[in-house]
Design a protein around this ligand. Structure first.
Ligand code: PEP
Ligand code: MN
Length: 344
């Protein structure tokens, strides 16, 4: 932590700040230039609230130089984190694609989607059985029936399952159907849910809150990891800005920022990130170009009649086009995206 004193600060106040820093357990190095002192406090605990120093008399500013998160940080673990999920490696050279409808609606819908996305190179089937909807009057999901349809369709087509868990009470049920727990944007700071998922071992796909800073998002990952679960995947899904021509603003700069700050794999969801079908393919291309380790894409066999998020869901043939285009980008970066199955 660096404490900058106001120019001309009286010696007594500088000494009071040094005393306070010592009382907090820090070692202090003092540098004095022309009429101004800077104090360098070493041994700062991550949880230390720097405002305690900021409010002291004659302190001009205080800067934290170490991140408040540990397990999620690149300084704690230098190599990229990779892990296996039922035979696929997350965070490696293969860019993974998770695809499926916003909500699980029926057995037929999941079968048609799974059959198609599997042949195009997707490795995960997505779909919500418990839906966090902005309106209590909107479709809330099929619950366990939906989980059953999704898992059965995924198993028939060699896919893994990712689905959202909204509360602690759903963990055991969802655990028996899914390979990955999705924590939705609205729940990014549901700290009790994060801690409970952290006590398990199953991967957690942590979406960025619509108004969360990258630091808050990494702190949410820290909640999971601090309980012992290292299997966290981050997902940028758009943040809320003043822009109205898209549903959210997809913050792709988060990808290189997270790559520098953290060793965790990061995916991008251009479906929620833009909210408009026609914007999904370009932003999926851009996400892979920015270095994303994977994509989450909403795809539906009949988007105009989808129970939720139809306007941002791709038609099946558009999904095939997306896969073709992002594969070209991945190859340009010496990464891979699974090839489509040969037509029989
Ligand atoms: C979803 O994936 O369908 C979803 C609700 O996402 P988010 O939490 O990013 O809004
Ligand atoms: Mn959705």
């Amino acid at each position: 932590m660096v404490v900058v004193m106001e120019p001309g600060a009286p010696e007594s106040r500088i000494e009071a700040v040094i005393q306070r820093l010592n009382d907090e357990g820090f070692g202090v190095h003092r540098t004095t230039g022309v009429g101004q002192s800077v104090l360098c406090a070493v041994g700062v605990k991550r949880e230390f609230d720097i405002r305690l120093i900021k409010v002291l008399d004659s302190v001009a500013d205080v800067y934290r130089v170490t991140e408040p998160y540990k397990f999620a940080s690149r300084s704690w673990k230098h190599e990229n984190t990779t892990f296996d999920i039922d035979g696929v490696t997350v965070g490696g050279s293969e860019v993974l694609v998770m695809a499926g409808p916003c909500s699980v609606e029926s057995e037929e819908q999941m079968e048609a989607t799974a059959a198609f996305v599997a042949t195009q190179g997707a490795t995960f089937l997505r779909g919500g059985a418990f839906k966090p909807r902005s309106s209590p009057y909107s479709f809330q999901g099929l619950g366990e029936e939906g989980l059953r349809y999704m898992r059965a369709a995924a198993d028939r087509h060699g896919l893994r399952v990712i689905t959202e868990v909204m509360e602690i009470g759903q963990i055991d049920l969802i655990d028996s159907y899914t390979h990955v727990f999705q924590v939705g944007a609205r729940n990014m700071q549901n700290f009790n849910l994060l801690k409970e998922l952290g006590r398990g071992d199953k991967p957690v796909f942590l979406k960025r809150g619509p108004s969360a800073t990258i630091e808050e998002w990494l702190m949410a990952a820290e909640y999971v990891m601090s309980q012992g679960n290292p299997h966290v995947i981050l997902c940028e899904r758009g943040i809320r800005t003043f822009e109205t021509y898209t549903r959210n603003t997809l913050d792709l700069s988060a990808v290189p920022v997270v790559k520098k700050k953290s060793h965790l794999p990061i995916f991008v969801d251009p479906s929620h990130g833009t909210g408009i079908r026609g914007k999904v393919i370009p932003m999926a291309r851009a996400a892979v170009a920015a270095g994303a380790d994977g994509l989450m894409i909403e795809v539906h066999p009949d988007p105009p009649n989808a129970a939720s998020d139809g306007p941002q869901s791709l038609f099946l043939e558009q999904f095939a086009e997306l896969m073709h285009q992002v594969r070209l980008i991945a190859h340009a970066l010496d990464r891979t995206i699974r090839e489509p199955a040969a037509a029989s």
